[in-house]
Design a protein around this ligand. Sequence first.
Ligand code: NDP
Length: 444
Amino acid sequence: MSYVEKVLKNLKKQNPNEPEFHQAATEILTTLAPVVEKHPEYEKAGLLERFVEPERVISFRVSWVDDRGRVQVNKGYRVQFNSAIGPYKGGLRFHPSVNLSIIKFLGLEQILKNSLTGLPIGGGKGGSNFDPKGKSDREIMAFCQSFMTELYRHIGADTDVPAGDIGVGGREIGYLFGQYKRIRDEHVGVLTGRGLSYGGSLVRTEATGYGLVYITDEAMKARGDSLKGKTVIISGSGNVAIYACQKAQSLGAKVVAMYDSNGFIYDPDGIKLDVVKDIKEVKRGRIKEYAERVAGATYTEGCKGIWAIPCDVALPCATQNEIDAESAGILVKNGVKYVAEGANMPSTLQAIEVFQKAGVVFLPAKAANAGGVATSALEMAQSSGRTYWSFEEVDAKLKVIMANIYRNIDAAAKAYGFEGDYVMGANIAGFIKVADAMMAHGVV
Ligand code: NDP
């Protein structure tokens, strides 16, 4: 049994009932086999065993009172996975599906993603099974304050800097920051994605979606291709999806479909993003309304059908495992050329295999959606320097970071004999830097 196989077997034994964590660890570790073969010192140092074991897992109770005066109790988590190259950094997810397995898969991915940005940030992730949908502002505030009343003791500008993720946007970050500041009495960059009036960075809101399109554009340019005139499908209609749509449209693509967790809209004339933004950002409503407001557009209940719409480029931007092998097969049959993951782990392992076998250019999440965390790190730099950069300045830095990520994953894939395999390239390029730092730190 190889070193990687041994570590994976043990991981599954020691962490039963964590399917998402197993899935992410399997994808990552199997692609690292050629690296660990080249570095026998890693096995001696127990490097992979340490890499897949979080440095710290915090699990806590979040009690709060709803608008009807009833006491509610949720689970809160923060997984501080790896701080070898910098303070833990990664988002908070508020969604009823959240459990330790999901937070650990996200945290593990985050280590490599953060490393790929080239910036000094370690990996972490957190969240709660709290469902913000349908809650009043007061309920959201009560929940966030209770969540932070426990979390504050574990985080800090040089220790662990959370950000947003599914269900955690500007409003939630504001309430969380307000409570942190009240308890700690310090106005520091302890959370990113903050509002512009209290230490946030321009472009942070747009960063993940913009970055996704920048790296897709980079991969297309390398093949003498471009987004101009291409048909694009984007799943989700949240933060990442909306700004991916905006940037893709500005580069001349036609985005024809999007969804929320109830169903998808198809607009053959191209999505009117102002309508989507009004529904999702302003009214916090359902995407269904789009078809009622825009002539020629249709709404279909259920999400899966979106992948049957023919497209050149697919940008999954909602959640994990939204594309299975069957949907991947349909996309391929309909001629998709590029798939870039805006969400974390939106393609199953089998779906990735289908894309790669068919020669689709596949850009995995940890590279493709790294623009969000990269801009968070730029927000941290502005906070500690007590300064602000202009939109153009941050956007230009983001563009350079995404181009560098593309170059690095491309080069790493080539160096290990897997040209064009960006799953290999991203895992290897991200891992090498973390492994170097962990080796330098000794057994800790
Ligand atoms: P949002 O909460 O803003 O949006 C999520 C979108 O996905 C919503 O449209 C939501 O629909 C939909 N969605 C959620 N769960 C499901 C589901 N089970 N089935 C179908 N649709 C679903 O989140 P973000 O846009 O911030 O995040 C989206 C993805 O991108 C996540 O995987 C996240 O981890 C990843 N990501 C986000 C970053 C960021 O900067 N925000 C950075 C890097 C990665 P509905 O409105 O019905 O809930």
